[in-house]
Design a binder for this molecule. Sequence first.
Ligand code: AMP
Length: 200
Amino acid sequence: MNLVVFGPPGSGKGTQAKLLQETYGWVQLSTGDMLRAAIAAGTELGKKCQAIMAAGELVPDEVVIGIISERYDQPDCAKGAIFDGFPRTIPQARALDSMLKLREKQIDLVIELKVDDKVLIDRVKARIAQSGGVARADDNPETLQNRLNVYYQNTAPLLEYYKRQGKLTTVDGMLPIAQVTSAVAEVIKKAGHKGCLGIG
Ligand code: AMP
């Protein structure tokens, strides 16, 4: 089972993807987390991406496609993966489809977390306040506006891409976290997928 958790910055993708991993045993693959780890480790890749991420722009497609395919080939992903923050462009989605096809797999489901812009902005402001000054470099009101613009321009067209493939389901991402989780679980159940931990 390969699932994409889709939505704008601050929509709760990371939170839901983590909960899905715990409940179903599929592996959360967050390109944002992988890139932040590369920055923290001071790798060449990290150095290349740091300024781009701090500005809220997208790192080049070939970079994220490369790190995702490498990670997906680790044995733990054989049971299923939860793509979080990837794909973010049409070329990334096409590359993901081809990569999975080569491995006789596919994206089974795409779950969109729909959240209004105003709520997204309030959430990021709350995240900054909670962080006590050690917020993510891209968690500030100006960069968030740019991340939203980038989302609508480059990433939102993927909704149509996955809708045409008959894979898209939209969930209200403005509900409390537990209710979003239940709604997501319902989508997975309806689609007939089962986790690999004997639960879910
Ligand atoms: P996230 O944690 O998913 O919000 O990602 C943080 C930042 O990492 C984004 O604003 C981009 O700069 C970069 N990034 C993460 N995933 C991707 C992706 N799939 N394509 C391009 N850039 C990405």
